[in-house]
Structure formats: structure tokens, C-alpha cells
Design a protein around this ligand. Structure first.
Ligand SMILES: [Zn+2]
Length: 340
């Protein structure tokens, strides 16, 4: 998958920071250990000078074989002594070595000239982050979700009140985010305007991003605009949004049904949903439309994919945005009471 140069550079910078940090941590471990076991410092110095002596012997070429065998034996004995000291201290044998996050490439990003999987993951995460830049993700968290806006009186013959119901939805989303994996199901958030579908989907995104997954979040309206520009525009997009949409670990499509409807859009949405299902990549869709409305607007085939494979979470209650706006108005209109 093609990424732009700055995404590659940002990912390499992250790797370089990881190496620097681990070098520092490794040095701290060494200094602390040498403080307790001065003999360990001597061994370390001897090992370094052994390496220099070996290099010199090779360089001068005198009795090289004999000299090298002797050095190697000496080296082995020193290593063994060091391991014994570490065991005595109850520390693992690799305690004085750097612990890289990726043992395959030692956080270099390449193995034998080939790009390592860890660098690919970093670039994908970075590309997702760049795509989400316009979204104020940090504002919508589980902590800032308030159940007080949902009535505690059951309505329309329901057994549970909207608040009880939304508490279950909230818990489901929280567990979903905390335990997210590539085996997690896809979700459909369905309900009227202003019931915090966006808030909860962003809260899920926040947690899943922190777990290190590549998450793309956007409204269907924006995504389709980008896809149309990529498909019909003269320039090819450097970050290849359509592939990122297919390949990101979690895709969150907000407000399905508000985008401008064309045959290209309908086909693209079906293709996106279907490809991700086949590849076992979770998607969260939020929509105001009912299943019959979705079927009318998209296709029966599309809705049957949703019914067969998505966990559907209905959202109930009164428009939270309107209630918040009313609260703000109330506080503004009566400053004397809030500011005596
Ligand atoms: Zn690696």
C-alpha cells in the first residue's frame, strides 16, 4: 500500500525514538546493576577490551587462530561469570541487553533490506491518525458520557426506561472498546438524531486507538467525497484512502444515509462493507435510518449483510443535543442565579 513520504518519515522517527529511549533505559539498568555489583562493570570492560584485542590479532595476522581461540574461551568464561551475577541478583539473563519492542528488526524497521511488519503497522496507524485529524476525538470519551439526559421512565410500552437501556448500550460499547480485537464483531448504532451515537463511537475510537490499532473515523458524507475525488479526480491521492478504508483495523462510518445518493456511492458502500466482512475487519456504522429505510436507500443485499453479521444496538431517548442547548440557554438567560 502506498503511503506518502511524510507518513514514512513519521513512522521512522517513532522507531528512532523507541531505540533512543531503550538505549537510555538499558544504560540506566546497567549503571544500577554495576553500582551493586562492581565486578560486573569489570567484566563488561574486559569484554570490550577482548573484542579490541581480537580485532588487533586479526589485523596483525600473527598466530591468529590460536590467539582467537584463547580469546573466545576467555570471553565465554567472562559471559558465564556475568550470567551467574545476574542469577544471584534474581534478574533475567538478558537484563543488560536492550529490550526492543520488535525483536525481529530491533526497532530498525528493516530486516535484510525488507520492510518489517512493525514499520508497516506504524505507517498504517500514522495514516489513520492523519485522516482523523479533523475529528475532535478527545472531546468524546466514555467519561464524558452522561446518562442523566435519558429519561428514567419507561416509554412506548418498553420494559426498560431509556436510561436503563442506554446504560446497557454504554456498558456494551465500553467492554467492546476495552476488549477490542480483530475477532470483535461489527456494530450498527441505530436511532434518532442527537442520541449520542457519534459520542459513543468516538469514545470507542479513542480507546481502540490507544490500544495501538489503526482506526479510521469519519462521516459517510466526507468519506464518499474523498472516494469520488480519488476515483474521478485527475491526481491520484498519495495516501490511497480507499485502501486505508478497506485495510484499517476498525472503520467507523458515521451518519450513514446523510450522504448524497448516487449509484457510485451505493456501490462503494456495499463494496466497503462486504470487503471488510470477508476480511474479518470490524466496522461500526451509525445511522438514523431504520432497516426498511436502509433497504430502500441501498439494497436488500446490503441490509441482509448487516442483519446477518452486525450486532445491532438501538439508541432510545430524547435529543441530547437539544437538551444541552436548552441548559446552556437557561444558564445564560439567568446569570443572577448562577452568579449571585
Ligand atoms: Zn520490526
Amino acid at each position: 500500500m502506498g503511503y506518502s513520504k511524510d507518513i514514512y518519515e513519521q513512522a521512522m522517527k517513532t522507531l528512532s525514538e523507541r531505540r533512543t529511549e531503550e538505549t537510555l533505559r538499558c544504560d540506566e539498568r546497567k549503571q544500577a546493576f554495576f553500582g551493586q555489583y562492581p565486578r560486573a562493570r569489570e567484566i563488561e570492560n574486559e569484554l570490550t577490551s577482548t573484542a579490541i584485542t581480537a580485532a588487533k590479532a586479526v589485523l596483525h595476522g600473527r598466530n591468529t587462530k590460536e590467539a582467537l581461540t584463547k580469546l573466545r574461551e576467555n570471553n565465554k568464561a567472562l559471559q558465564k561469570e556475568l550470567q551467574t551475577l545476574l542469577s544471584e541478583a534474581g534478574l533475567p539473563q538478558d537484563y543488560l541487553e536492550p529490550h526492543y519492542q520488535c525483536s525481529k528488526c530491533r526497532d530498525e524497521g528493516f530486516v535484510d533490506g525488507k520492510m518489517c511488519g512493525c514499520l508497516k503497522v506504524l505507517m498504517r496507524t500514522e495514516a489513520c491518525r492523519k485522516l482523523n485529524q479533523q475529528t475532535p476525538l478527545s472531546l468524546s470519551t466514555f467519561e464524558s458520557f452522561d446518562l442523566k439526559y435519558y429519561s428514567d421512565t419507561p416509554e412506548n410500552g418498553q420494559k426498560n426506561s431509556p436510561r436503563q437501556h442506554m446504560e446497557q448500550v454504554f456498558q456494551y460499547c465500553k467492554n467492546y472498546a476495552e476488549n477490542f480485537s480483530m475477532q470483535s464483531p461489527s456494530l450498527l448504532f441505530r436511532g434518532g438524531t442527537g442520541l449520542s451515537k457519534t459520542h459513543l463511537s468516538l469514545a470507542v475510537a479513542n480507546v481502540v486507538i490507544q490500544k495501538g490499532y489503526g482506526v479510521v473515523y469519519d462521516s459517510v458524507h466526507n468519506i464518499m467525497g474523498t472516494l469520488e475525488r480519488e476515483r474521478f479526480g485527475k491526481e491520484t491521492a498519495p495516501d490511497d484512502t480507499s485502501r486505508l478504508l478497506m485495510e484499517c483495523d476498525l472503520l467507523i462510518l458515521d451518519d450513514l444515509g446523510t450522504e448524497f445518493s448516487t449509484s457510485f456511492v451505493t456501490a462503494s458502500i456495499y463494496n466497503l462493507i462486504n470487503t471488510r466482512l470477508m476480511a474479518h475487519r470490524p466496522t461500526i456504522i451509525s445511522t438514523n435510518l431504520t432497516l426498511p429505510e436502509l433497504e430502500k436507500r441501498y439494497t436488500e443485499r446490503f441490509v441482509s449483510r448487516i442483519i446477518g453479521h452486525y450486532v445491532r444496538l438501538p439508541f432510545y431517548g430524547r435529543d441530547v443535543r437539544q437538551q444541552k442547548a436548552a441548559e446552556r440557554y437557561y444558564h445564560k438567560a439567568r446569570p443572577d442565579e448562577t452568579n449571585p
